[in-house]
Design a protein around this ligand. Sequence first.
Ligand code: FA5
Length: 347
Amino acid sequence: MAEKNKLMLELEEMQTQAHQALAEIQQETDLQKWHTKTFGRTSLLINVFSRLPEVAKEERPVVGHRANEIKTALETEYLAKQSAIKQAALQRNLSAEKLDVSLPGRSPLQGRLHPQTQTLRQIYNIFAEMGFQVYRSPEVETDEYNFELLNMPAYHPARDMWDTFYTTKPGVILRTHTSPGQIRAMREFAPGPIRVVLPGMCYRYEQMDASHEIQFNQVELLAVGKHITFGDLKGTLTDFARRMFGEEVQTRFRPSYFPFTEPSAEMDVECFVCGGKGCAICKGGGWLEILGCGMLHPVVLRNGGYDPEKYTGFAAGLGPERISMLRNRIPDIRYFWANDIRFLEQF
Ligand code: FA5
């Protein structure tokens, strides 16, 4: 009986001590140590069953039952303590890391449209208001469309105006201008009236400098119908310049030469930096060239499927990079494709 009492007393004593020790614990690490001591391999609770032979046979179930009771009670206390410690740690963190909602937030980096996309869309909008719709034509063209059908047969000296990238496939080139789209649009719409803009990349084997790139955008303008005159051409382009550069802008047309238009001209706008007096931007001349244009050549009309005796039309080709350089005073065309974020984020 003395042995039974001793083991039972040990158990009761162990429970009292474990209970008191648990009450004093504040840290997660101390809790772990307590757990190992109370339930670990050398603990009384684990070894009590191997010590049962120390107890009289009839008393063993009572001791065993009591040991299980104590184990369950201490486990319950342990879980409660564990959750209390976690809760206290959370409270400490919350009060230590104060959230200042009045601090200005960090704004996310916002993407934006490339300056050329912005200029192109502005050009489309202006011409859309005048009834012109966008018509896309291929950047990889045939010699036939880029030159031949535009009144420049093989060996025509005017071809020298466009330094061309040839491909390894005979007769296939990168278009040097958007003008081949004139023929494509005419062949699709003939004999109906046409009012389209043909935008896109052009490629020339150029010596690159501040105003010449080997790849650049053009926007071609094409109108075909009955009774279209040079007056319509001038009116449309002058109105475009006013909408693009402001109501007050002055324009002038100078005679020029393109094999696919007759008569041909170039349009200048009065330099809006110096107001026509002459400055570094307009190189002292007071005027800035923005496009080439003219009335459709009869050969081109015929190649597009229109009878030049009955139909007339006009076309123009403008360089949007040059336009945005002038408007934004960008000194070098190479900035557009250099992919320098410091340039791009200014627009
Ligand atoms: C042409 O390409 C004609 N197809 C324009 C035309 C269309 C005339 C319809 C008549 C009727 P030009 O080579 O001048 O013309 O080029 C037109 C515009 O493209 C130029 O005014 C310029 O703004 C732009 N451009 C030409 N070459 C380059 C280049 N290397 N880099 C950047 N822009 C260029």
